[in-house]
Write a protein that binds this ligand. Structure first.
Ligand SMILES: Cc1cc2nc3c(=O)[nH]c(=O)nc-3n(C[C@H](O)[C@H](O)[C@H](O)COP(=O)(O)OP(=O)(O)OC[C@H]3O[C@@H](n4cnc5c(N)ncnc54)[C@H](O)[C@@H]3O)c2cc1C
Length: 499
């Protein structure tokens, strides 16, 4: 009975390849080539412990893993990225307050204290439910006894995927860096054009979608233009930038109580944001959008209008709702699959006839629940249904205002600075990693006190989609205006000569 050592782990007892017996040598070689170290349906060591596969290292996946840490189960967490992103602070990266590293943390470093958890960076591309295996992009597959599926949500352009080029959405660190690039580049290009030609296209920033993300983005762009960059440029007046928030329904922040949504709109208006409810966007192109049939020229358009579940939900082949979320029962199982838990934004969970919202707290609670239920079942304990403990919602509006719909420990509607302080405390508390908490607090304090913003770096391409056309139009308009001016000056001088 000889053990083979895996070349990657050099014999770590938890490595599945290292624990192969000699008789499995040939298959091991084949599967090593096939799957780079992870495989489905292959022989397992005799005293195999329960295998739990978690797909997704977001709020739900990480919390499920933490529950299972240091427990008698073998856990593999798969994520297509190597880091967990704290999405509620993404807009702070997009608008150059925070750096990406301050809101993201490598998944393996979050989980390194748990020897029974391994982390694989790969993308799950499908399932074999009867073989209890997930398929991986790297061409292998991985078997499980229990599966926790938590791959979250993504943007929805309502079938108009081509709009993404003109209006990026905000979901990942890459999205945030792209938005930062476009917003900062717009100011730089305007400064250069004003310096060279004396004119520049109107600095219109359009945000489509008046939910929390749209409101946060609009407030933050207004802050950048009116507060933080006002003194940085010599030729353009950044404070004259227009920030236009378009919302299709009668009001912004539909998921919030009406009084808080009204307060938010007043605050946005105070920040100079033009809020347009009842406005349907029918086209998005680089350089302009069509809203209620009218064209709005725009240097940067951002999409915050729709989300849909991760495509993996549909790939399960089970029942999904119209956004692609998997319908699950009170135990987070899809019908007929007690070995699968679907958690977070990917799950359609109903409680008291209402769908549990797709935000961070339910995802955290569902992930923890799934981990606890797997352990309870191992100990032969009965299952209790999932219950969402709703503590409330918050959204920021600009640098020192927010709204908070507090449900626990007391009921209250807060707005303005107190709500912003509450938002700050909650977000620092839930941010993963002590270093990140300290860094973010320091950055905020610095930004708040000095009116300067940190990570204002433009990286990547120096081309802004639509800028060339907008710039040509503004130059033409300016040269027409100057020739009209010259003609009228000439006419005035002729008149005065006659006199
Ligand atoms: C800009 C923004 C701001 C937000 N602000 C707030 C807020 O203020 N408060 C709040 O409560 N909520 C907020 N949310 C919502 C909140 O972030 C989500 O509800 C939460 O992240 C959902 O957690 P999750 O674990 O279900 O999914 P996610 O956190 O999205 O994690 C999913 C993970 O799955 C991985 N993944 C996806 N597909 C695959 C695949 N095929 N294979 C392998 N891995 C895969 C992804 O890389 C990701 O790591 C915000 C969201 C965004 C985008």
């Amino acid at each position: 009975m000889e053990l083979r050592l895996c070349i990657d782990c050099n014999g770590d007892s938890r490595c599945r390849i290292s624990s192969w017996k000699e008789s499995d040598d040939r298959m091991m070689e084949a599967t090593r080539v096939e799957s780079n170290g992870v495989q489905a349906g292959s022989p397992r060591p005799p005293a195999a412990r329960k295998k739990v596969v978690i797909v997704g290292g977001g709020f739900a996946g990480i919390n499920a893993a933490i529950q299972l840490g240091n427990q008698p189960v073998d856990v593999t967490l798969i994520d297509r990225r190597n880091h967990h992103t704290f999405q509620p602070l993404l807009y702070q990266v997009a608008l150059a307050v925070l750096s990406p590293a301050e809101i993201a943390q490598p998944i393996r470093s979050i989980l390194r204290r748990f020897p029974n958890i391994e982390v694989i960076m790969d993308e799950v591309t499908g399932f074999d439910l009867s073989a209890r295996a997930v398929q991986l992009k790297s061409s292998g597959s991985l078997s499980y006894d229990d599966l926790i599926l938590a791959t979250g949500a993504t943007h929805s352009y309502f079938g108009k995927d081509a709009w993404e080029q003109g209006a990026p959405g905000l979901k990942t660190i890459e999205d945030a860096i792209e938005i930062r690039r476009r917003v900062l580049l717009a100011f730089e290009l305007a400064e250069r054009q004003k310096f060279e030609t004396g004119t520049h296209p109107p600095l219109n920033f359009v945000v489509i979608g008046g939910g929390p993300t749209g409101v946060e983005l609009a407030g933050a762009i207004s802050d950048i233009a009116r507060v933080y960059m006002r003194k940085d440029f010599r030729h353009i007046e950044t404070a004259k930038a227009r920030v236009i928030l378009l919302e299709g329904s009668p009001r912004i922040l539909n998921a919030y109580p009406e009084d808080l949504a009204r307060k938010a709109q007043e605050t946005l208006t105070g920040l100079g944001v033009e809020v347009h409810p009842h406005t349907q966007v029918s086209d998005v192109q680089a350089g302009y959008v069509i809203a209620n049939g009218e064209r709005i020229d725009t240097v940067v358009t951002l999409w915050a209008a729709g989300v849909q579940a991760s495509p993996l939900g549909k790939l399960l082949g089970l029942t999904v709702d119209k956004r692609g979320c998997v319908l699950v029962d009170a135990f987070l199982h899809p019908a007929g699959h007690a070995e699968i838990f679907v958690c977070g934004d990917l799950a359609h969970v109903e409680e008291n006839g209402r769908q549990v919202p797709g935000v961070a707290q339910p995802a955290i609670q569902m992930g923890s629940y799934a981990g606890q239920q797997i352990l309870a079942a191992m100990h032969g304990k009965g299952l209790r249904p999932f219950h969402y403990f709703d503590k409330g919602d918050m959204a920021t509006i600009g640098r020192q205002s927010a709204i908070a719909n507090i449900v626990w420990p007391f009921h209250a509607h807060w707005s303005g600075f107190p709500a912003w302080m509450a938002w700050l405390v909650v977000h620092i508390y839930f941010l993963i990693g002590f270093r990140n908490r300290i860094m973010v607090l320091m950055q905020w304090a610095w930004t708040y006190l000095t009116f300067t913003r940190g990570a204002r770096l433009i990286t990547g391409s120096m081309v802004l989609p639509g800028w060339a056309e907008l710039s040509a139009t503004s130059l033409e308009a300016s040269s027409n205006a100057s020739s009209e001016l010259q003609i009228s000056e000439l006419e005035i001088s002729r008149e005065s000569y006659k006199e």
